[in-house]
Design a protein around this ligand. Structure first.
Ligand code: KG4
Ligand code: ZN
Length: 471
């Protein structure tokens, strides 16, 4: 099975081509093409993602990323000579198809012109050769609705041109599936903007994995928009047993980073400063100024009986702590006003304490949610899983849990490779393949048929961006 996947739910534009098959009790996942462009730098000036700017950036870059992904797939196919693969060769597009595609893409700036120019101008007029694929998968939510629409419209346009079914995918289900991604961190061919053009860096190497998940599993999904504990009976059967009552954990990282005067995205910034502080503590090199301040931050919701989370109080606690420390430093004459940044040693110490507080809560709640008799696997998913302190804490949790399980089956921990933790299209293609391979009615039941657009229906009648889509 081969699926082309598109992801535009937030500020990463990504296109991947995944080849998958069932092998024994596992799923073999091959990344045949993979191109990703992060807009993080564009948004850093705003301290967060600015949806309409993100939408324009997706529309501007998606054709180049599609082109990069397809070129990688063509090269991979040439090398491997796989029997049975049927490529589609497209010479020119007829007027009717063009009209339909133009209508689908009419709200996406120059996307229509870019796509047609690319497809018709390919190969010096020798025709565009689309590598064999069975379907197109696209993130339909949750995420930012204006940005989701770019991916959806692009997927539907390709569905019309190449007569392929289009599968709407839940982004969070994709994050769960990222544990099946190949481990090699180089798998994403990250693109750079040079003179306004996207240039694909280093063609992706052959990436392949064959991993097995034992169910029932418990997933902790931690991202910019979500903090959820999910009971998983099998692929497609999910029950959310705990969630955040206010801010998502990634959002808390981003907001706390802003309070500390650090850049966006806040997670990697906080993590780097926290590491620096811990190294200083270990080598007994603590700044004398820091010794004057002794603080701890709250561990929210530890005492509640449920599996829910709350991070907004913790963020406010950081705000008050920064305000109080600044006041003392102004009295001492170290700072001149409360608009000055805190000394970097103090920033690093607060970052470390914040990281410790959130990690303790995540570990505690997950441990509480492990069903002693049932849980066989713990899965971590979402951008915050890129955090090494959190990864290490969960490795220790599972080691400690297993050490106590003398007569019981051990639990296994599945964590995605760091680069596959944040948003990408590999995870979207992977979950689409996994679901379709597990159930041969999945494709028919879920795919939208773009031919229905001929019967007067609109794209939004068939597939809709849903910012709040839940599992
Ligand atoms: O899954 P993701 O890429 O996008 C959403 O679906 O939201 O997650 C993005 C979030 C951001 O809030 C970012 O700050 C956070 O993941 N993040 C991290 C780290 N890397 C990214 N948080 C903590 N530590 C990190 N190393
Ligand atoms: Zn995400």
């Amino acid at each position: 099975m081969r699926i082309l996947a598109i992801e535009t739910s937030c500020d990463e534009t990504a296109v991947a081509l995944i080849e998958a098959s069932n092998v024994g009790s596992g799923t073999s996942i091959k990344v045949v093409g993979n191109a990703l462009y992060s807009q993080a730098e564009t948004h850093s000036a705003f301290g967060g993602v600015f949806p309409m700017l993100a939408k324009r950036e997706h529309a501007k870059n998606i054709v180049s990323l599609f082109a990069s992904c397809i070129t990688q797939a063509q090269n991979s196919d040439k090398k491997r000579c796989i029997p049975g693969l049927k490529n589609q060769v497209l010479q020119t597009l007829d007027i009717e198809t063009k009209k339909k595609v133009e209508k689908v893409l009419d709200r996406e700036d120059d996307l229509y012109e870019d796509l047609i120019l690319f497809l018709e101008g390919f190969n010096d007029g020798k025709g565009f050769e689309m590598p064999h694929i069975d379907a197109i998968a696209v993130t339909a939510g949750p995420g930012l609705e204006p940005t989701l629409w770019v991916g959806i419209s692009f997927a539907v346009a390709l569905g019309i041109i190449f007569d392929l079914p289009v599968l709407p995918i839940n982004h969070m289900e994709g994050h769960i599936a990222s544990i099946l991604s190949p481990d090699n961190d180089d798998s994403a061919s990250v693109c750079e903007v040079t003179d306004g053009d996207l240039q694909a860096a280093a063609a992706s190497q052959e990436q392949h994995s064959n991993k097995t998940i034992e169910f029932p599993a418990l997933a902790l999904l931690i991202s910019g928009g979500h903090t959820e504990l999910v009971d998983i009976e099998s692929w497609g059967s999910y029950k959310v047993i705990g969630r955040t009552k206010d801010d998502a954990i990634g959002e808390a990282f981003d907001k706390v980073a802003r309070i500390l005067g650090l850049g966006y995205p806040g997670g990697p910034e906080i993590s780097a400063h926290a590491d620096r502080h811990r190294t200083a503590v270990q080598s007994n090199a603590i700044d004398p100024l820091l010794k004057e301040f002794d603080f701890t931050l709250p561990r929210p919701m530890l005492k509640t009986m449920d599996f829910d989370f709350s991070f907004s109080g913790l963020k406010t606690a950081v705000l008050y702590l920064v305000r109080d420390i600044k006041k003392k430093l102004i009295e001492k004459g170290t700072l001149t006003s409360d608009t000055d940044h805190l000394p970097k040693e103090i920033v690093a110490a607060i970052a470390a304490e914040f990281e410790s507080a959130v990690t303790e809560v995540l570990v505690y709640k997950t441990n509480k949610a492990i069903d002693q008799a049932r849980t066989k696997t713990i899965i971590l998913g979402g951008g915050v899983v890129a955090n090494t302190f959190i990864r290490d804490a969960f490795t220790k949790l599972v080691e400690d849990t297993n050490a106590q399980r003398l007569d019981m089956d051990k639990i296994s921990l599945k964590i995605p490779p760091i680069k596959q933790s944040t948003d990408n299209a590999v995870m979207i293609g992977t979950i689409a393949c996994v679901r379709a391979l597990a159930d041969n009615t999945y494709m028919n039941q879920n795919a939208i048929d773009t031919k229905k657009l001929d019967e007067g229906l609109q794209v939004s009648d068939l597939i809709a961006a849903d910012g709040n889509l839940s599992l």
